[in-house]
Design a binder for this molecule. Structure first.
Ligand SMILES: NC(=O)c1ccc[n+]([C@@H]2O[C@H](COP(=O)([O-])OP(=O)(O)OC[C@H]3O[C@@H](n4cnc5c(N)ncnc54)[C@H](O)[C@@H]3O)[C@@H](O)[C@H]2O)c1
Ligand SMILES: [Zn+2]
Ligand SMILES: [Zn+2]
Length: 410
């Protein structure tokens, strides 16, 4: 079958690989009908989330149809339409029972302290083969798969595989109360979902910070007030728009590949700041691309964390859903402590949030698929990755469709 395979930093290919099989009685094999590319995949190809094993199939967002089940899979039968949880959880350990699925004690073969297990990630997260493929093996299928309700389309369900639940969790961790001011840093797919969820939870105003025009335009379409960090100083604008207080909560939906401004009033880095940034870039990702257009590491790894802490009001909340690797050690703890902030950070516990997100889709007119801007064949995945990596216009969120389903859809 065809799949997107990681071979090294900046080196991914669509290749022929072996079909997955049932390895354990709790496994299922699904035929994937659509998958998508995520900012997390970009960190891995850029090298800012290191430790990928050559030959790993990428991707952790998909919908599909159950094709085979192991003897101990009871919740699903062949032919069921399913959305896959990006993170893998056993469903049965003490953490899973407490709905802390991202902290599952059993799913990561590297042991209970190894961190969240997910599809298509570095060795430390499994390594499990990913979902940008024609088929996939799903461990702990009863817990990792969620049935798609009849009236929810595949496109909407696909965005419930990772990014809507992550945005929803980001807004929930931000403790949004009716009438709150909320700032969302990053208007990529995850930021867009955080904006939507913050509005759904009653935010009075959502401020959305980025610099990519079509991403800012999408945020504005969702009702956010946008701030272009290359043209405006986000901290000043956020204070001005909240009577000098700062937002009640700031959500980081950018992560380790944050960019610093290269002009405008927020570009106040100076020579020393630039040197600091380069040292930080090297510390978080010793092997990475630091110049050029493609697969380039962000040049302000902790900038969004600093902005969140600086912008948020005293006693406010910073909710971190952008991904940071273990090598990221820069956080403005002094300022956070002195402002009495609440800091929340997590990989999404998808098994907890996907059912909530599917319910939102059933109960409201919200369609997360509105952010899907490109539908391409799985065979063209590498050029899609390249466009998405460069944040080109029209490449906000890419759906990848295996050849068989592409011919059915066209
Ligand atoms: N916590 C989780 O479980 C979880 C799940 C999915 C994705 N993520 C993470 O969420 C983050 C966003 O994912 P995505 O798919 O939207 O990625 P993306 O790369 O498409 O989006 C990031 C956006 O941030 C913007 N940006 C860069 N520097 C900025 C700055 N200084 N200020 C404001 N905006 C800035 C970029 O222009 C881009 O639009 C990634 O780190 C991804 O790994 C986390
Ligand atoms: Zn993702
Ligand atoms: Zn568990």
């Amino acid at each position: 079958m065809k799949a997107v395979v990681f071979y090294g930093i900046g080196n991914i290919q669509v290749d022929e690989v072996a079909e997955p099989v049932i390895e354990l009685p709790t496994d299922a094999v699904i035929k994937i009908t659509a998958s998508s590319i995520c900012g997390t995949d970009l960190h891995m190809v850029r090298g800012t989330m290191a430790g990928m094993k050559s030959g790993t199939i990428l991707g952790h967002e998909a919908v599909g149809v159950v094709e085979k089940i192991g003897q101990s899979v009871f919740n699903f039968k062949v032919g069921d339409r399913v959305v896959v949880c990006s993170t893998i959880a056993c469903g049965d350990c003490v953490y899973c029972k407490a709905e802390e699925y991202a902290s599952c004690d059993r799913a990561n073969p590297n042991g209970p302290d190894a961190g969240t297990a997910f599809f298509g990630g570095p060795e430390a997260t499994g390594a499990f083969n990913g979902l940008q493929a024609e088929r996939a093996r799903i461990p702990y299928a009863d817990s990792v798969l969620v049935a798609i309700p009849k009236n929810v389309t595949d496109n909407d369900a696909l965005l419930c595989s990772d990014i809507f639940p992550t945005g929803y969790m980001g807004a929930e961790m931000a403790n949004i109360k009716k009438g709150d001011f909320v700032a969302v840093f990053g208007c990529g797919p995850v930021g867009q979902m955080a904006i939507a969820a913050a509005k759904q939870m009653g935010a009075r105003e959502v401020f959305a910070i980025d610099t990519v025009p079509d991403r800012l335009a999408m945020a504005e379409k969702q009702g956010a007030i946008t701030i272009d960090f290359e043209k405006q100083d986000p901290i000043k604008v956020l204070k001005d728009l909240t009577n000098g207080f700062g937002p009640d909560a700031c959500i980081d939906a950018v992560g380790i590949d944050a960019e610093r401004p290269h002009g405008g009033p927020a570009d106040n880095n100076g020579l020393l700041g630039m040197i600091e940034n380069i040292i930080e870039q090297k510390l978080v990702a010793p092997v990475s691309v630091m110049t050029g257009e493609q697969w380039r590491q962000g040049d302000g790894p902790s900038l969004v964390l600093q902005w969140c802490v600086e912008a948020v009001r005293k006693s406010g909340v910073v909710s971190i859903i952008g991904v940071y690797p273990e090598t990221a050690k820069f956080f403005p703890i002094g300022a956070a402590m002195n402002k009495a902030l609440t800091i929340r950070a997590a990989n999404c516990s998808h098994r907890k949030y996907i059912p909530k997100c599917l319910k939102v889709l059933q109960d409201t007119s919200f369609k997360p698929s509105k952010i899907l801007t490109a539908f391409e064949g799985l065979g063209d995945a590498i050029s899609c990755y390249k466009h998405f990596d460069k944040r080109e216009e029209g490449w906000l969120k890419v759906e990848l469709i295996p050849a068989e389903d592409l011919s059915l859809k066209s």
